[in-house]
Design a protein around this ligand. Structure first.
Ligand code: AMP
Length: 228
């Protein structure tokens, strides 16, 4: 495997997109196919809430209201996670960055590790609301349930539950927060050569193919030395 600093080296992927766009599902696919750690800040926070740690106690109310946890806290969490050895050759970030401040911090954190590939998954608002209102996750392992599952997780057989923040009022708040605080990241990243916009309003396996193709294109361009 390539060492950090070698060229071409790390595949540093950021999955961008609103809640319900399928970032988690696609990040998981990429993680498995490319053997990269999936780093979901939402999962890290939910685990902390579940375990009742100091971080979890600090973040719980903010998450349940559909708002964003502070930039300082999130940047510290991601900095710590990216310093682990499994992330040295790349990673798939799901749910971070969510603000321009976080994006600037991420650029700084990985300035020595090769470019970030940004994949922006685009889905219309009414479809996002529909997905989030019907979404279930596994209460044991936290993974998203497929729309066909009814009562048990396909991975670990745990019971399926609705996320506390997937109630319709909170969903609308989260989508507003996305528009206000996270959508500006599209402009922040879109002028870079390694940015791709992907139509997420399709079956997950079709979106996966598009994600793979976009990533291959960016990696190819990087190897030819045209991406920045
Ligand atoms: P997610 O599972 O990505 O939808 O995240 C669930 C919740 O965790 C969000 O609604 C926020 O409250 C919080 N959260 C996750 N990632 C971040 C982040 N990068 N910045 C701020 N808050 C976050």
């Amino acid at each position: 495997m390539a060492r950090q600093g070698d060229s071409p080296a790390a595949i540093n992927v950021v999955m961008l997109g609103p809640p319900g766009a399928g970032k988690g599902t696609q990040a998981e696919q990429l993680s498995r196919r490319r053997n990269l750690p999936k780093i979901s800040t939402g999962d890290i926070l939910r685990e902390a809430v579940h375990a009742g740690t100091k971080l979890g106690r600090a973040a719980r109310k903010t998450m349940e209201a559909g708002n964003l946890v502070s930039d300082d806290m999130m940047i510290a969490i991601v900095q710590d996670r990216l310093s682990r050895s499994d992330a040295r050759c790349g990673f798939v970030l799901d749910g971070f960055p969510r603000t321009v401040v976080q994006a600037i911090a991420l650029d700084r954190m990985i300035s020595e590790r090769g470019p970030i590939v940004v994949l922006d998954i685009v889905v219309p608002q009414d479809e996002l609301e529909r997905r989030l209102a019907t979404r279930k996750i596994c209460g044991t392992c936290g993974s998203n349930a497929s729309p066909d599952s009814t009562d048990a997780c396909e991975k670990c057989d745990g019971s399926l539950i609705t996320r506390v923040d997937d109630g319709i009022e909170i969903v609308r708040e989260r989508l507003k927060v996305y528009q206000r605080q996270t959508k500006p990241l599209v402009e922040f990243y879109s002028s870079r050569a390694n940015f791709s916009s992907i139509d997420g309003n399709r079956a997950p396996e079709i979106v996966t193919e598009a994600v793979e193709a976009a990533l291959d294109a960016v990696i190819g361009a990087t190897r030819r030395g045209v991406a920045s």
